[in-house]
Design a protein around this ligand. Sequence first.
Ligand SMILES: *[C@@H]1O[C@H](CO)[C@@H](O)[C@H](O)[C@H]1NC(C)=O
Ligand SMILES: *[C@@H]1O[C@H](CO)[C@@H](O)[C@H](O)[C@H]1NC(C)=O
Ligand SMILES: *[C@@H]1O[C@H](CO)[C@@H](O)[C@H](O)[C@H]1NC(C)=O
Ligand SMILES: *[C@@H]1O[C@H](CO)[C@@H](O)[C@H](O)[C@H]1NC(C)=O
Ligand SMILES: *[C@@H]1O[C@H](CO)[C@@H](O)[C@H](O)[C@H]1NC(C)=O
Length: 390
Amino acid sequence: MRRSTVNVLGLLTVYVLIPRAIPSPTSPSASGTCTLSSSGSDDAPALLKAAADSACSTVTIPTSTTLSIQSKLNMTGTLNKHINLQGTIKFNPDIDYWTDNAFTFDFQDQAAFWLLGGKNIVLDGGGTIDGSGQAWYDAFAKDSSTLRPILLTLFQATNVTVQNIRMIDGPEWINFVNEGQHITFRNITISAVSTSKNAAKNTDGWDIFRSDDVVIEDSNINNGDDCVSFKPSSLGQYEGEYDIVQNVLATNIHMSNAQNGARIKAWAGKGVGSGLVKNITFSGFVETNVDNPIIIDQCYETSADDCAKYPSNTYIQDVWFNNISGTSSGKEKAVVASLSCSPDGRCSDINVNDINVTPPSKYGTPQFSCQNVQISGDAASLFGTCKTTG
Ligand SMILES: *[C@@H]1O[C@H](CO)[C@@H](O)[C@H](O)[C@H]1NC(C)=O
Ligand SMILES: *[C@@H]1O[C@H](CO)[C@@H](O)[C@H](O)[C@H]1NC(C)=O
Ligand SMILES: *[C@@H]1O[C@H](CO)[C@@H](O)[C@H](O)[C@H]1NC(C)=O
Ligand SMILES: *[C@@H]1O[C@H](CO)[C@@H](O)[C@H](O)[C@H]1NC(C)=O
Ligand SMILES: *[C@@H]1O[C@H](CO)[C@@H](O)[C@H](O)[C@H]1NC(C)=O
């Protein structure tokens, strides 16, 4: 995958070192603040203890403190908690430990360092969550079965705000929202960049699964895969799964040097799943050097013949591409937009308005391609008559 940058706009206790015993936060202050400091060994037990202590309504990691996390963090069921991360939470890259101990999800065979769940949680403070990803990028290049943990997983979380945090060098996905509701991410800066020849692969900014009311705003992503991906079971990837992605608004987005801009993909062919993608708006995109600035691919990873025989059972309805401008990379030569649906009316109510995307000048005038779809909106004429297959 190409590296991509996107801006999503618009929308502990001073630990006194006691040589024995497990590090623990000092007693909460009268205001309920517990402040953590680093122990020189695994700081996970102290962080877990403070998070679980109802007397610690605020858990502070001060600016100069780096907590070294050497064992998994199960913070499900956390209640009414403010995690004030001014310093750094750094996951130790002990690949053998995490291989045996990370939390796992059946969904896309994922693993995780940290489950944060429960109710009424704020994670903020201007600090950093560091996944020590380089060791993982290098290990994965040698052995692609390496199970790389997700940096932060909101699991069964309700009413959670994560803001003013830098997330760096996650081994794999950066944020996973799994079975969450009323979740806001604001002013998050993500950077996952390899310093070796081994790319920072699959470092999605956000993956959203079986969740409702998720807002991501004023954030900046520099990574090696998807920026934000709404993926119940990854849109028809798995047989027997029915996926719904509904009521999505992506607005005021700036992106550069990416593979895909405003994109919907769904699987077709034999032995895949089914679903519905409905009421999706992409508006106010400014793209620079993007391979596929505007794209629907409803025959994802499926040959034309197979897609004709087994059209996608993931229906795509009520989609708006509004106010999209910028440049393509030229990877698709003059083609700057491709709305390609399975045969047999699997896409409906697809709208394009105010589109101004150009390829590199050597490719001449922009081309707009489409198949098996009827396009509406004031930019529909750019697409002409769509090809019909199947
Ligand atoms: C996390 O902890 C909770 C409660 O302490 C427990 O019920 C749950 O099974 C744990 N989750 C995992 C994935 O270990
Ligand atoms: C959501 O959480 C915040 C911060 O913890 C709290 O102030 C607020 O009252 C909660 N909202 C609801 C509806 O519970
Ligand atoms: C955004 O977060 C960063 C820390 O990552 C912080 O320094 C900055 O002040 C925050 N911006 C706003 C507007 O709060
Ligand atoms: C469509 O999605 C938007 C969010 O972009 C939401 O505000 C609106 O209510 C949805 N429309 C319907 C009919 O559900
Ligand atoms: C089009 O999108 C750009 C970039 O997000 C924004 O600045 C501009 O206001 C939008 N125009 C309209 C008419 O909404």
